[in-house]
Design a protein around this ligand. Structure first.
Ligand SMILES: Nc1nc2c(ncn2[C@@H]2O[C@H](COP(=O)(O)OP(=O)(O)OP(=O)(O)O)[C@@H](O)[C@H]2O)c(=O)[nH]1
Ligand SMILES: [Mg+2]
Length: 524
């Protein structure tokens, strides 16, 4: 049901001939794979052996597939909840409006609480978060050194006066600031209320800005549920603060009950989706499609790289943080013509509160169970080494906490790829330490070499071999090979007109089976 629905959806816009081709080639072979159209690379010479045949498949963009058949629908729209989340996050209603934002990046100058990232880069990232929201723009931004980020009112009296003067100078110089983004994970409700009184403007923290972006970018049911789930710890934390510091009750008993019920329902719903996802994963494993997960820091070019590797036109890279929130799979061909699935994933980012990340961890399970992981890094970014470190540390801890590490080799199946090489000075580019391939998803530089490396790694980790085998013309051997291996080429045998040469990629186990069935039994 799920497959046929998705296939039907994906075939919209294709011609009858294409549809015919699709049904005959795909059904019973690729589970849940969508439209397959031929198209050429702009610079095909760079892609020897990779002719551009591809298919795209999006796990997570089909509701039936997301949820599993027969599951009940959970309505995310709830006026009572909206009232609660709006007051906790403050900005929902203003999301559609234009905002001129003053970005403040507080940072600890010395001591153990000093962040690993330099404040310049943290500020750049904070600005990029604001720019990821349509109609929001950075009117002014500044870094503020502090002794600690844990003070009750965040800023001391002197610093606060300084900031108020800066704000009033900006207003008098004609810059109309409409809200203040303090780029710290979470501000307590007390801090927010105090600062809003002082600045007479709405104040947002990193958690609430990221949630706004995620809400906008969530497309699939799973992503929407995950974002809804990610909001709940934030509301609880804001409520706790209000009760603790002021002794007032921020949520009524019925609102608390509503929140608990919503949390429970979301958990159940996500659990159902995840068990269905696991089922799909197992099906894919049975079909023996090797899987290449593409991971990396947000905006590194993961989606662009997959688009370049698969020619999948529907993929839309965007200059926004957290543009991709759904794990999607896109079929591509390796130079040996073996079909593989490239999985696009959610980007990583430093200084994101744990409550937020946790909701997206399960989405990354598919990536963690992949045969090969391509770690895309933006080598044109000044801070790319720090970004690399952040992704590696997070991936390693995800592997450990999810228990995947026991069943899967630790990150030794990773290929480190440096993307956006076209943005580096052309003279004397040196491959940075730890990077195996320098590529440009824009100019397609280095793509063929990368595909060859992916192929080498895939064959190694999945125990597959490339073989050329001589079989009787039209015999059952050929049919067997088509069923059990990836046949990449067939040709007439120049030495024997009764035989043909079949090139195939096959696992060692299947090769043994072939020998047993056709070579040994014939001898016997
Ligand atoms: N110049 C240049 N720009 C690139 C290259 N690869 C990607 N970009 C640009 O970088 C931006 C981000 O690209 P995406 O592919 O969306 O990045 P992503 O890693 O998928 O980002 P998220 O999904 O948000 O985590 C887009 O504006 C791309 O056009 C490249 O090789 N060269
Ligand atoms: Mg993306």
């Amino acid at each position: 049901m799920a497959t046929s629905l998705m296939v039907r959806q994906c075939l919209r816009g294709t011609t009858p001939i294409m549809r015919g081709m699709f049904w005959s080639r795909t059904i019973g072979k690729l589970e849940g794979v969508s439209a397959s159209l031929r198209c050429k690379y702009t610079d095909a010479s760079k892609f020897k052996g990779f002719k551009g045949k591809h298919k795209a498949m999006a796990f997570g963009d089909d509701e039936e597939q997301d949820r599993g058949p027969g599951s009940e629908r959970f309505d995310l729209e709830d006026a009572e909840y909206d009232a609660v989340v709006n007051s906790a996050m403050r900005v929902q209603k203003r999301l559609q409006n234009e905002q001129n934002v003053l970005v403040i990046q507080p940072y600890v100058k010395w001591g153990p609480k000093k962040s690993g990232s330099q404040p310049e880069y943290q500020l750049q990232e904070a600005e990029a978060l604001v720019r990821s929201l349509p109609k929001w723009r950075v009117e002014h931004s500044l870094k503020v050194p502090l002794e600690s980020l844990e003070k009750k009112q965040l800023f001391g009296a002197g610093k606060l006066e300084e900031l108020k003067t800066i704000l009033s100078d900006l207003q008098t110089s004609g810059k109309l600031i409409t809200c203040i983004f303090i780029s710290k994970g979470t501000l307590t409700l007390g801090q927010k209320q105090f600062l809003e009184q002082q600045f007479k403007l709405p104040v947002m923290d990193r958690y609430s800005v990221v949630i706004q972006i995620l809400r906008l970018h969530a497309i699939s049911t799973e992503a929407k549920l995950q974002v809804a789930m990610a909001e709940i710890p934030y509301i609880w934390s804001q409520m706790k603060d209000q009760e603790g510091s002021k002794g007032r009750i921020y949520l009524t008993e019925s609102q608390k009950q509503m929140l608990r019920l919503r949390e429970r329902k979301l958990k159940n719903e996500l659990a159902t989706i995840r068990s269905h996802r696991e089922l799909l994963r197992n099906k894919r494993k049975q079909k023996a499609y090797p899987i290449v997960a593409v991971v990396g820091y947000t905006n590194a070019g993961k989606t662009s790289l997959i688009k370049a590797l698969t020619e999948e036109k529907s993929l839309e890279p965007k200059d926004q943080l957290f543009a991709t929130l759904d794990v999607t799979a896109h079929a591509g061909l390796l130079p040996c013509k073996l079909e593989v699935l490239f999985m696009d994933t959610v980007g990583f980012m430093a200084d994101i509160p744990t409550g937020l990340i946790e909701c997206f961890v399960a989405t990354l399970e598919d990536a963690m169970l992949a045969d090969v992981i391509v770690h895309v890094q933006d080598v044109s970014h000044e801070n790319f080494l720090q970004q690399k470190k952040h992704v590696e540390t997070t991936l390693a801890s995800l592997l450990k906490s999810s228990g995947v590490a026991q069943s899967h080799p630790p990150l030794d199946n990773v290929i480190n790829v440096g993307n956006k090489v076209d943005l580096l000075a052309t003279q004397g580019i040196k491959t940075p330490t730890g990077i195996q391939h320098l590529v440009s998803s824009k100019t397609l530089h280095g793509m063929h070499e990368l595909l060859e490396e992916i192929e080498r790694k895939i064959l190694e980790v999945t125990g597959r071999r490339k073989i050329i085998i001589r079989v009787p013309m039209g015999g059952s051997e050929v049919a067997w090979l088509y069923k059990n291996a990836a046949v990449t080429e067939t040709a007439a045998d120049p030495e024997d007109s009764q035989r043909m040469l079949v090139s195939a990629v096959i696992t060692e186990a299947k090769l043994q089976q072939f020998r047993h069935q056709f070579v040994i039994s014939r001898k016997g």
